[in-house]
Design a protein around this ligand. Structure first.
Ligand code: AMP
Length: 279
């Protein structure tokens, strides 16, 4: 497995791969890899000649400096895991390699996508995502990019970016990998105690319960009762909302089958957890 620290080395290698007409699957990550990330790598391996993973903790997408400082870094273990998963190359740049001086700021009108849920709760977050993903896509020009639906709103933002600037790149949205108890796998779970990992299973449990009540009960009532239930588990709900899964417009009315998404952000032991369910 090749390990590239600079975009110059990476670009030289990509040039040779493209000259050989190899298709490139790309998996962007912030490291501290778990089986959710590896599922994306394996999907890419199935569908492309070459799989490239990036590991870069993007400072621009952290609205909370403490969250950035505490973000787990496990580079050596990540490299070993990727090697075992059959990844072809990993790009692990420094901040200066991604954001050299005078790199123009990318403007993308996100509209609704930045006005709900994570948008107002994490000001500047999606702008940071747009900057880093634009930079990666410009350097790599992959054929396909693998993204996790755990970050549903992020998938929509990257879709908007791709439609505007990179129409030849195909995005592949992959299902959320979970612990046996339903907790969505996340690098941040490392910061949870054993008890909290157990308690956190209430999140997916309640999302499934909401989906099971589809059109049988009033949506507003279901959401209100669900928030109360999570409170009893000491999970501080930041938001629990239903949205139209195409537009992300929040709604208190059930949508047509296949167009509902219920999204949650909450804190447990000061760790911010997000999850969602589509139905
Ligand atoms: P991150 O390292 O958290 O930025 O995540 C990198 C990629 O992995 C993103 O596309 C995430 O949506 C995806 N991802 C993170 N957790 C999971 C999971 N539990 N299941 C599937 N994909 C995931």
């Amino acid at each position: 497995m090749f390990i590239f620290k600079t975009h110059t080395e990476l670009s030289a290698w990509l040039l040779t791969q493209k000259a050989l007409h190899k298709t490139i699957g790309f998996v962007p990550t912030m490291g501290a890899l778990h089986s959710g990330h590896i599922a994306l790598v394996l999907q890419s391996r199935k569908e492309n000649d070459i799989t490239l993973v990036s590991i870069f903790v993007n400072p621009k997408q952290f609205n909370n400096p403490i969250d950035f400082e505490k973000y787990p870094m496990t580079a050596d273990a990540d490299i070993a895991t990727l090697q075992q998963a059959g990844c072809d190359a990993v790009y692990m740049p420094q901040v200066e390699d991604i954001y050299p001086p005078h790199l123009p700021h990318v403007n993308l009108e996100l509209g609704m996508l930045n006005q709900v849920l994570e948008g107002p709760k994490r000001p500047g977050h999606f702008d940071g995502v747009v900057q880093v993903v634009h930079r990666f896509f410009s350097l790599i020009h992959p054929n396909k990019v693998y993204l996790g639906l755990k970050d549903f709103q992020q998938c929509k933002v990257i879709q908007a970016l791709t439609q505007q600037y990179f129409s030849s790149i195909q995005l592949v949205f992959c299902p959320t990998e979970r612990e046996a108890n339903g907790l969505a796998k996340s690098s941040r779970n490392m910061r949870l105690s054993k008890e909290a990992k157990h308690t956190a299973s209430a999140i997916y449990h309640i999302l499934q319960t909401i989906a099971a009540k589809y059109k049988k009960e009033n949506l507003s009532d279901v959401l209100a009762a669900s928030k109360l239930f999570l409170q009893t588990k000491n999970i501080t709900v930041e938001y629990l909302e239903c949205a139209n899964s195409d537009t992300l417009a929040l709604t208190t009315q059930w949508q047509e089958p296949g167009h509902n998404v219920v999204l949650l952000a909450g804190y447990l032991e000061n760790v911010r957890l997000i999850d969602n369910i589509q139905f």
